[in-house]
Design a protein. Sequence first.
Lengths: 590, 371
Amino acid sequence: MMNIKGALVPFSALKFLGKKPHTVRYPLEKKDTAQRYRGFHFNDLEECIGCGTCSTICQNEAIDMIQLDGVEAAKGDSGLRPRVDNGRCCWCGLCVDMCPTGSLSLTDQYLHTSPDPDSYLLIPGKDNPEMKENISFVKSDSEPLLQFDRVPMRELDGAERVKSFAEVVLGYMQEEARAEATRCVDCGLCVTACPDHMHIPEYIGAIADADDETALKYIYDNNPLPEMCGKVCTRQCETVCAIGHLGEPIAIRWLKRFATEQFPDPAAILNPVIAESNGKKVGIIGGGPAGLSAGYYLALRGFDITIYEALPKMGGMTYAGIPKYRFPEDSLDKQIGYMEKVGVKMVNNTRVGKDISFDKIRKENDAVFVGIGFHIPYTLGLTGEDLENSIQAVDFLRDVNLGKSVDIGKKVVVIGGGNVAIDAARVSRRLGAEVTILYRRRVQDMPADWEEIEGAEDEGVHIVPQGIPLEVIGNNGKVKSIKYGMAEMVADDKGGRPRPVLIEGDEHILEVDTVIGAIGQEADYSFLPKEVMDELKIERGRMVVNELKQTSIPDIFAGGDSVNRTADAISAIADGVKAVEGITHYLLDE
Amino acid sequence: MSEIMQEKETTLYLGPQHPGITGNMMIELKVTGDTVQRGRTHVGYLHRGFEKLMEERLWMQCFPIVCRICVPEPDPNEENLARGIEEIEGREVPERAKYIRTMVLELSRMATYLLWMGGQSGSAGLYTMPQWTVGDRDYIIDLFEELTGGRVYHMYIWAGGVRRDLPDGFAGRVRKVLDYLEERLTDYDRLLFENAVFLKRAQGVGIIDKNKAEEWGVVGPPLRGCGIAHDVRKDEPYEVYDKLDWEVITHEGSDVYSRAMVRRKEFEQSISIVRQVLDKMPEGPVYNPGPNPLKWKVPAGDAYVRTESARGEFGYYVVSDGSLKPRRVHVRGPAYVHGVSLLEKMLKGMNIADVSFIMNSLGTCPPEIER
C-alpha cells in the first residue's frame, strides 16, 4: 500500500526555506566564544617563575622551557619560560590547572593558519601580549589540582612547652610525611635557593615513594648534618617553593627531619666507603657545621682529619647556641657519633691559641680549615650596660646549654629581633621568667624565623616592636630597669627598608632583673699569630675566600659565619662542602 | 542482463575515507550485480594506540587522551576512566558532580543521536536532515563549550568529580535548548521517521538475528531494537540514573527502522532525564581533590566499569599496579562488535546501497574500533 502521508510530510520542510541559518554566516562573523573557552595560551611573564610544571604535565610534550631575552634567572625563578607548540597542543588546559603561580591561562583566541611550521611555536605572553585582554580559561580555586595546604606539624602546647626543654616540634608521622612529600611538583627551584644545593626534589620524591633509605642517601650526599638542618635550618628553599606562591610551601625542612629520624644509625644505611689514606693531613679549627662538614667529606676521601674545638662537645653554635627544645643533644650526639665512625678525629676542650698554638696545627697539617664562627657579641652601647645582670644572649645560651646555673631573676628583657634574641627569650621563659622582647623595628621586619616568633608568642613572650633601648638603670650595681623610647617608621628615601626614628618624649621604663643583648656577633681572630693576620685578608670582620673557600693564604681555608653573610648553619655546611673541593684540589691537584 | 554479467563477481572497495559513516575504515565487498556476496572489513587507518599510550602516561595525563577514542561521543570515555579509577581508589564523588556527569552524558547522547540522524538520513539520500541535525547539535556543543571550555573534546569529567562547576545561569540555557530540541522533534519525525522513503529503506532491512544478538555481543540501540531490554543505566545504575524516573526503551523488529525508533524515543527520553537532573541537582562541591597529579599513585587493583553510551555498553577495564601510570587500560567499545564482526555476518545478500545505511544504523565508529 502506498504510504501517501509518509510521502507528503517531508515537504513540510519547505517552510524553512526562509529561515536564517545558524551555523554559517556571511560575511563571516567571528563566533562569540564562551567564557571558559580553551584557546591559545597566555602567560603573565612577570608572575611566571619558570618552574616547568606546565611542561611536565603536558601529555603531548607540547611545552618546552626556553630562555628569553630580558628574563633573568633569580632566586626562585629559573629564568625559563614556557613555549607552546600549537601543532601538538590539544588545549586540555592541564597546564593551566597545574600552574603553581596561576600565571598561565588560555584565551578565547583560536585562529591561526600558516604554511610556516615555526609560526606554530608560541611563547605565551611574549609573542601575544595583546591576548592579555582575551584570557578565558583560568585556574580554578575551588577545584584545585595541586594541594596548597601543608600537612600540619604537631607541636607541644605553648603552656606545656615552657615547663621544660623538651623538643617543641614533634615531627611527622609516616603517613603525614608521605602526604606532605606528595605535594611537591619537582621543579627544583629550591635546589638553587639552598646554599648547599641539596638534592631536594630527589629526596622528597623518595619519601613520597616510601623509600626513606634512598632519601637518606640523597640527603647525605652533600649534607652530613641533616638531622640538625631538619630541625633548625633557616630553609631558604621553602621561601622559593613554587607551591608557596598560592599556598603553603612544601615542608622541606620537616621532611628532611622525618627521613633522618627514621634511622638511629645512618652508617647502617649509608655504608660509607672510605677511600684509602692519601697521606695528607688537614687540621680543622672549630667544630661547628662548617668544620664538621669539611671534616666528614675529607675523611671519606682518605684525608687524615683532626678537628679542634674549644667547647666540651662538637657542634659549634648548634651545640652552644641553639636551645635544646629546638635541637636536642642526643640528636647532635647521633650525628657526631656517625662522623667519628667515618674516622674524623675530634679534640674537644682545646682552644686554639691557648691550649694549642695555631702555628703548631699549621705545621703538623698540610692544610688548615678555619670555621670559628661568630662568638663575640656586639655590645649595645648604652649607659649601664656593664651592670651586673646585663648579659649577652650568646653567653647566656651557651651557659644554659652547657648546664651551668644562670640566675636571671623574674623579669627579663631581650634586646634584638633575630633568632638569637628569640632563642634567649624562649629559654628565659623556660627558666621561669617573664620575658619582653624590645625590637627597634616592626614585627614583620624581624629577621627571626616567623615560626620562632609565633612560638615565642605562644609561650607568652611579650614583644614590644619599635622600641629602642635608651639606658639600663641600676641599683647597687645591679640592673633595676630599662628605659626605652618608642619609634616611628620613616620611609627611606634611597629605597631601603624603613628606618625607626625615636618619637620625642615617648619614653617608658620597664622594671627588669636581667637585660639580655642580642643584636649580633663577630668573630674572634685573637688566636691567629701576627704574621698570619697580616697576610690574611679580612673585610668587615669576615675572611675573604675564593670560590673554593681558600683564603688569601693558600693552605688556609675558611667557612661558616666568619666567612659568609647569611650566617646560618646550612651556609656553613655549604662552605665546608665547597672547601672539600678546594682542599682536595690544593693538596692532590685533582 | 547477460548471463556473464550476472555471474561475474566484482570487488568493490567502500572507504577507507568515510565510507558513509564518520571515520576511516574500509569494507571490501565481493558483489555480483548490486548484491553483496560476502564482505570483509579492513581497519587500521585510525589506530593511534591509546591504550598503550596510557601505559606511558601519568594517570592525570590519560584524561586528555581518552576523549579522542570516540570523536562524536567522547564523554563516556572520560566518565568510564574516572569511575574506574575512583572504584580502585575508593574515592568519593560529590553528589552534585554525579548529577553534572549524568547531565553531560545525556547531552552527549543527544548530540550523538543528532549526528546519527544526519548520517542515517544522509546514507538514505535524504540530505536536508543532516543540515538540520548538525546545526541543532551545535546548540548542544555551545552548551559544552560554555560548561567545559571545549566544543568537541571536553576533558571535563575526571577522577573525583568534574573540572568546573556550572557557570551562572547555565541550567536555564540548557532548558532553553531542550525546549527547542523537543519542538524540533516534530520536524524530524516529518522529515525522517515518518518519511515514506526512509520507511521503505529501513523496514525489514538489516535484520539482526534476535536469538543470536546477545550471544554475539550486540548492545545498545541495536539490541533494544530487537526487543531486548538491556541498558547499563538500568542493569547496573551508575552516577544518579537510579534516582531518576525513566524506563528502558525497546522496539520489536530487529531492523534498521526499529533501531532508529529506539534512538528517536531515547532522544526524547534524554530531554526528560536532563530536565530531571536539573530539577534535582543539589548544591555543593563538584570535585573531591586527589593527590598532586605528578605524584598520584592509584593503589594496586583493577576495576571494570561500564556506561551506556549512545552506541551501547561501553566498558573500561582499568588495572593499576600501584604506580604513577596505569598498568593497563582496556576499552570495550560497542563499535568493534557492531562494525566488524556483526557487520561481516550481515553483509551477505545485502544491497550495495544498504551497506552504509546499515553501518549507520549499527552505530559504527571507526575511531573507537581502533582506538
